[in-house]
Design a binder for this molecule. Sequence first.
Ligand code: PLP
Length: 419
Amino acid sequence: VPHLHDQDPEIAGLVEAEARRQYEKLRLIASENYVSPAVLEATGSVLTNKYSEGYAGKRYYEGQQNVDPIELLAIRRAKEVFGAEHANVQPYSGAPANLAVYMAFLEPGDPVMGLSLPMGGHLTHGWSVSATGRWFRPVRYDVRADTGRVDMDQVRDLALRERPKLIWCGGTAIPRTIDFPAFAEIAREAGAVLAADVAHIAGLIAGGAHPSPIGHADVVTTTTHKTLRGPRGAMILSTAEHAKAIDRAVFPGLQGGPHDHTTAAIAVALKEAARPDFSRYARQIVANAKVLAAALTDRGYDLVTGGTDNHLILIDLTNKGVAGKPAAQALDRAGIELNYNAVPFDPRKPFDPSGLRIGTAAITTRGLCEEWMPQVAAWIDEVVQAAARQEEAVVERVAGQIRELLASYPMPGWAPAPE
Ligand code: PLP
């Protein structure tokens, strides 16, 4: 990036170092990915110079000759990819998209029901430290202690007793298929709006590797940067009935001008997601996660729910004699990037919990397929065992092996300079 390098070598150097870090690491953070060069280019385009408060044809600024068609294309593609009646592509990110759902349907103090954070839910589904838990009355459902899966009987009982105005399904650490029809039936019975937050699995839904909430949920929110492999942003999909309420909630309810460079990049990502190779990609993500989960189980790892249906694996390390945080830190030093995570009914503190969360979206983009997953499990195992014994020697060897492997799997948008 010559301009950046000349203008600001400090930042340019750090960006370059980050590119190399992403190139050399086995990136297993379940919410991350590598976007295509086309998505990167749109994100870094001159659209960042533009203001366009409002919606196409109804803007508060002039000069929308190019922005309007961009936003309309993004909306059309979002509706086509997901089969939705309405799409709003302006939310700045996942948390503001979720807040817009509250703005559209609730008044302060109204009851909202969501999966509790330590069980895999998201902060914005009514957790106490979030505005959504402070400004609304949260009702939390859990997973079952024996299966690790959402307890649908509890969801129904709570919904009928507490009569939430809004029910969230979906979350940040759910390794299993979400039963949208069952949630929809409960929401109907309870007279609640059903919102599906599919941030994690949007790419799987687009690629046909996870059932869709469309036709079941009243509103669907998603980030665009996880399995969907777009820029950092979000979308809200809904039935035509709720279109006006959603649009008004996003602007002028919560936001000012949309990030037009992001809108363009979302449109590009959605065009990519409509191609047959994206469907192959989505299925490969799940295939990789299933083989990795089986290989970890073979090595004695205790997986929440016993496995996975999607891109995500949640390991409970309790039987391995090491906590999530030191294990995650050792794995990072060994070139395996993931995050420590609470497991359901975790006796440890949120900042030092018992689990690790793994996702296969980014390594699948790099081109790794099932044949490598037993090796990935073996590396994880070696490093976790070394972390339990506080041994560092293994860490450096594994980091070298991973660098060597990844040199054969190109990173979209960046390559090391030839030696
Ligand atoms: N919803 C879910 C299920 C998520 O996993 C996340 C991100 O972690 C969000 C919402 C929030 O997205 P953002 O970080 O873009 O605000």
